[in-house]
Write a protein that binds this ligand. Structure first.
Ligand SMILES: [Zn+2]
Length: 1025
């Protein structure tokens, strides 16, 4: 999946590893999460054996047979609450094990007590059961230092549910699903039936699978031997979104069975599962559309299934639709039959073996453009009126598909590949096999209104989703703890393929920027190892974050640079060939690398120091003659002693690269390997300056001794071009991050960017604008307007000549064009260099032409923002927003509307987007972030989030990247203790699961960091600037 975030940068818990699927990691995260329970309820499974229940506590002492029987009998009587931490035998009153080990016959008094206890137990179960968003996992209902004890699952019909774990048992394997669906897009309901062919891997009595929100009307069961259909009982346990089919006979290992479930359900009104929505077309007619978004856990809401990525099976999909609609699914259409009632049933070919989260289907009015590539039909679909905007996507897809097939040495296995622009879609895109779904703005490209940034976005998102057809679809992670294997590899390939076939787009600039932002997040104590244990739905949702995507991709970039491109490619090809159509863990990837490196380097050992530890190293270097002293420690943004863990034993195996210039002006490069705390590296000669982490391909921050910083600053002033633009951007980022934690004085950071007047490349300038922009934004929000404008003036003086050189056109290379957008946006936002006047003039002309006059696309946002400052301009922009067909133009207008200084308008925008009337709800997180960034809206955005929290959670799901983005976007510019307490109190008053969300903890850390930053630097800035 490609998450969608408002700053146009795609973004993008803790369980006990399930022993059935995962092994203990070799390297343990040294900064353990607090509050681990001695034994979680999820670790206990119930298994009926004949007429009795056995309780098996994994990892605790095994009970002997008699104990088991007695305990189990107690459970049957409803006494299911045992505090595991205080011992199994401290069970309920009225039940006692007799000394000889046999169960005593209960007395009448005991029976009365038992009945009372049953009543209490059932009530407690009901109360717990009804608690919203509460799960029996570590991240669920628990209170600190309080063990929940065991909960006996009870099905909705009051019977005991035979499975207590969140993860499904592995006794049954699904082989094939036949899914029939009949959706009604106007009533937003559907009828469905699913026939699942199963294989029992071991003897069992129940079939446990996922299902949620279904009205199940009939379940039948058939064994391959008897071939006689029998109606069977189904037990539902909504709490884990599971159902249990009670088989009429013992299922025997190695035998096949068939299960048929008939049901009906609502089409979802969120963005999750099989969801529907309406939109108005160009002639203002209301239209209906339905699509799917299953990743990670929503296939189960569309049809009962084994909804875990490791349960791969094949799928046959049949959809009943009205004639005017088109239906699409993963595979090509096999047949279309018109029924007597006028409906059409489309049947799609049986799919390849795949995970449930990749199943997809769409029903709506669409048109397409198609091209055949060596037997694969590539089609781009959109609603009919936007078919003119799909050409760029088709061209791009064709090139990328050929590139990936050659690079991976594996043909794309399906006969067709559809890419569909969905009119209302939460994520950026989703890689469903053969049917990739997109937001309109990440697929459609309009020649007149799409900017170079839009072109890059569309290209990147297509590249990401195509890479997933191999990484994720063909080879899938076994469980969500290794989501980074899907997303890190797809993100890496996204940038890698851009560099190879769309080099002119300078995708590396975006990747560099993404690495800086990811490291910022990874430097917080609330960060996590990219391979992290997860179990609850919130934990799984939270995995779709910057770390899975960009830390994953950054680590692969580091590895590729260290190994060289050829070895890297061979390892990936080996991995894909070896694990096609199966599911894997991180170790499988590293084993493939070790196979190719042939033990010359233990890649697994090296990479585990990066994937199983959170954070990254700060490498400190100091020159001493021809020697370079290097040492590593963990980098923390937050230096408050109560936040920084004292444990200093984190160690990474770091490929250290250097570029240096000798006394005789000879430039040379070096690579070394640091796998201990400190080391001494011998340089061949004394150098004038040294820059560590060449091109910032390594995932670490570098701090130099004073003399070495001075040498670099001096060199940048003399001739910055001895260093690459990546290195210059890297130095700017590192020095501001180090200044933030007090390792370097802030003046020195400003000293370093003093050379910017000579800078011509985009990455160092946008990096400096980002860092200094953050400082002026924080000062402004605290009311230090004068100081904020002094920061802006200082930066303006540095960049003045570049700003004045800019023309209001679309000329130049993509990189030059993006620099123009950034510089003019900076100048116009701060009313510098007549920028606003020029922008206003262009806006007036555009408005006079009723929006028909074409504007340069790269500066369109700056022009619209200037126009949105007036009442007339804002209203005109809004009227255009509701009537035009170009998503690219709409986005630029929306950004301008949300940059207004009129708080009533900002409030209206957020409200309208939440309701989804004038502005689609998919835009809400973008609007909140944009509003939250400006002075007039930053308090308003937070108020809006607080007031509408429940609605937001309902629409976007707790933990999702949209919610992560909303929380960060509405709080990241707070820098007072009052705001810190307020944000903390607000989230504490929600559920504990909410408070413990990583994005909430991160938001609190960001505010703390801002407070700290001000304490450290405010005085200095006041006298010095
Ligand atoms: Zn993805």
């Amino acid at each position: 999946m490609e998450p969608f975030t408002s700053d146009r940068l795609p973004l993008p818990r803790n369980m006990i590893e399930n022993s059935m699927f995962e092994e203990e990691p070799d390297v343990v995260d040294l900064a353990k999460e607090p509050c681990l329970h001695p034994l979680e309820p999820d670790e206990v499974e119930y298994e009926p054996r004949g007429s009795r229940l056995l309780v098996r506590g994994l990892g605790e002492h095994e009970m002997d047979e008699d104990e088991e029987d007695c305990e189990s009998s107690a459970k049957l009587l409803g006494m299911s609450f045992m505090n595991r931490s205080s011992g199994l035998r401290t069970s309920a009153t009225g039940y006692r094990q007799s000394p000889d080990g046999t169960c005593s016959v209960p007395s009448a008094r005991t029976m009365v007590v038992c009945a009372f206890i049953i009543l209490v137990a059932v009530s407690v179960i009901m109360v717990i059961y009804l608690l919203p968003r509460c799960t029996f996992t570590k991240e669920g209902c628990h209170k600190k230092n309080q063990s929940m004890g065991l909960i006996q699952p009870v099905a909705t019909n009051g019977k005991l549910f035979p499975w207590a774990q969140v993860r499904l048992p592995t006794a049954i394997m699904p082989l094939r699903y036949e899914l029939n669906l009949h959706p009604n897009l106007t009533s937003m309901t559907f009828r469905g039936s699913v026939t699942i062919s199963l294989q029992a891997l071991q003897a069992t009595w129940n079939i446990i699978l996922h299902s949620t929100g279904h009205n199940i009307s009939r379940v039948t069961f058939m064994s391959a031997v008897s071939s006689q259909e029998k109606q069977v009982e189904v037990l539902e346990y909504p709490f884990h979104e599971q159902i249990a089919i009670v088989a009429p006979e013992t299922l025997l290992g190695g035998h096949n069975y068939t299960l048929k479930i008939e049901y009906s359900a609502n089409i979802s009104s969120s963005y999750y599962g099989f969801y529907g929505f309406s939109y108005t077309d160009e002639s203002n007619e209301k239209k209906y559309f339905a699509a799917t978004q299953f990743e990670p856990l929503a296939a189960r809401s569309a049809f009962p299934c084994f909804d875990e990525p490791a349960f791969k099976a094949t799928f046959i999909v049949r959809i009943m639709r009205e004639k005017r609609y088109t239906a699409l699914s993963n595979m090509p259409k096999k047949s279309s039959v018109t029924m007597k009632d006028g409906f059409v049933q489309d049947e799609f070919f049986e799919s390849v073996k795949m995970s449930t989260y990749l199943v997809a289907f769409i029903v709506g009015e669409m048109k397409n453009l198609t091209q055949d590539i060596n037997g694969t039909l590539v089609s781009i679909y959109s609603v009919p009126e936007k078919i003119g905007q799909v050409h760029h996507a088709l061209e791009t897809t064709v090139k990328l598909l050929e590139f990936f097939q050659n690079y991976f040495e594996i043909q794309y296995p399906l006969k067709k590949l559809d890419l569909v622009a969905i009119p209302d879609f939460e994520a950026g895109a989703m890689e469903n096999w053969g049917l990739i779904t997109f937001r309109e703005e990440t697929l459609l490209y309009d020649n007149n209104t799409s900017s170079v940034a839009d072109r890059k976005l569309v290209t990147k998102v297509i590249a990401h989703e195509l890479a997933h057809q191999w990484f994720g679809n063909l080879v899938t992670m076994q469980w969500w703890n290794d989501l980074w294997l899907n997303e890190g590899l797809a993100t890496f390939m996204e940038y890698f393929s851009l560099e190879k076939i769309f080099n002119e787009l300078s995708g590396y600039e975006d990747f560099l920027d993404a690495r800086f932002k990811t490291m910022k997040k990874d430097s917080f104590n609330s960060s996590r190892p990219i391979s992290s244990s997860v179990q609850s739905s919130e934990q799984i949702e939270e995995m779709f974050d910057f770390l899975s995507y960009f830390k994953g991709a950054s680590l692969l970039l580091m590895l590729k640079t260290f190994l060289n491109e050829d070895v890297f490619q061979r390892a990936l090809v080996f991995y894909l060939h070896n694990h096609s159509y199966t599911s894997i863990q991180s170790d499988d990837l590293w084993d493939s690398f070790n196979e190719v490196t042939n033990k010359t380097l233990d890649v697994k050992k090296m990479m585990k120091t990066w994937t199983l530890q959170k954070g990254f190293p700060l490498v400190t270097v100091q020159r001493k003659g021809k020697e370079l002293l290097v040492q590593q420690e963990q980098f923390f943004s937050n230096v408050k002693p109560e936040i920084q863990p004292s444990d200093a034993s984190h160690l990474w195996h770091i490929p250290l690269s250097f570029v240096a210039e000798g006394r005789n002006h000879s430039k040379y490069q070096l690579v070394s390997y640091l796998d201990k705390k400190s080391d001494v590296i011998n340089l061949t000669e004394e150098v004038q300056w040294i820059k560590v982490n060449t091109n910032m391909t390594g995932y670490y921050i570098v701090h130099y001794a004073d003399d070495d910083w001075d040498a670099l600053i001096k060199q940048l002033k003399i001739n910055p071009y001895v260093l690459s633009d990546k290195d210059r951007a890297n130095l700017i980022n590192n020095i501001f991050e180090l200044a933030g934690i007090g390792k370097v004085p802030l003046q020195r950071a400003f000293d370093l960017i003093g050379y910017l007047g000579n800078e011509t490349c985009t990455a160092p300038i946008t990096g400096a604008l980002f860092q200094t922009g953050l400082i002026s934004d924080l000062l402004e929000k605290l009311g230090y307007m004068d100081l904020a404008s002094r920061v802006v003036t200082r930066v303006f003086k540095l960049l003045q000549s570049q700003i004045q050189k800019q023309t209001w056109t679309d000329e130049g290379t993509p990189s030059v064009r993006e620099l123009r957008s950034a510089l003019l946006d900076f100048a116009c936002t701060h009313s510098l260099a007549n920028c606003s006047t020029t922008a206003m003039k262009l806006f007036e002309d555009w408005m006079t032409s009723n929006g028909t006059k074409s504007l340069p696309t790269d500066v369109m946002t700056a022009v619209f923002k200037a126009g949105a400052k007036t009442d007339r301009g804002w209203s005109f922009l809004l009227s255009k927003y509701t009537s035009i067909g170009s998503e690219a133009e709409k986005n630029k207008i929306l950004e301008a509307l949300a940059s207004s200084e009129d708080v009533r308008r900002l409030h209206w925008l957020m409200k309208s987007s939440l309701n989804g009337d004038t502005i689609r709800t998919q835009e809400l997180s973008f609007i909140i972030r944009t509003v939250g960034r400006q002075f007039p809206g930053h308090l308003l955005a937070w108020d809006f989030v607080k007031e509408n929290w429940n609605k937001l959670v309902q629409k976007f799901h707790l933990g999702s990247y949209t919610m992560q983005s909303i929380v960060a976007g509405s709080t990241h510019l707070f820098s007072t203790k009052a705001h810190l307490s307020e944000v903390q109190a607000f989230f504490e008053n929600q559920s504990e699961a909410t408070f413990r969300l990583r994005c909430v903890q991160e938001a609190l850390e960001v505010i703390q960091l801002n407070i700290q930053w001000m304490e450290k630097n405010l005085n200095t800035l006041t006298w010095w600037l």
